[in-house]
Ligand binder design. Sequence first.
Ligand SMILES: [Zn+2]
Length: 108
Amino acid sequence: MPRAIYFTVTLRFESLLAISATYMSNCITHKKCYLSKEIAEDVLIETRTAFDYAPGMGPVSVYLCDECGYYHLTSKGPMNEKLNQYLSEGKIQRQKEANRWLDKFKKR
Ligand SMILES: [Zn+2]
């Protein structure tokens, strides 16, 4: 696997971990809060690439919360447009393959 891709994947993953850790809130839904729709969508796509979900399972979209004013992921409702686009273009599958390479690197 080319070095450049390896570093891109690593940096992206680390920045998302930082985002996830930073925007925890006290929302009554007990869900993680994301400051913007863009961040929430990024995390949604990242989550779908990091874990294997059975059909109909896992988060499919993001929504603006009435309680806290931030965005949350949800497993209900129609699929997010950006995620749908990624899935149909096969980007998720490619990212999964990249992640598998990353795992192999880490185990060494
Ligand atoms: Zn909320």
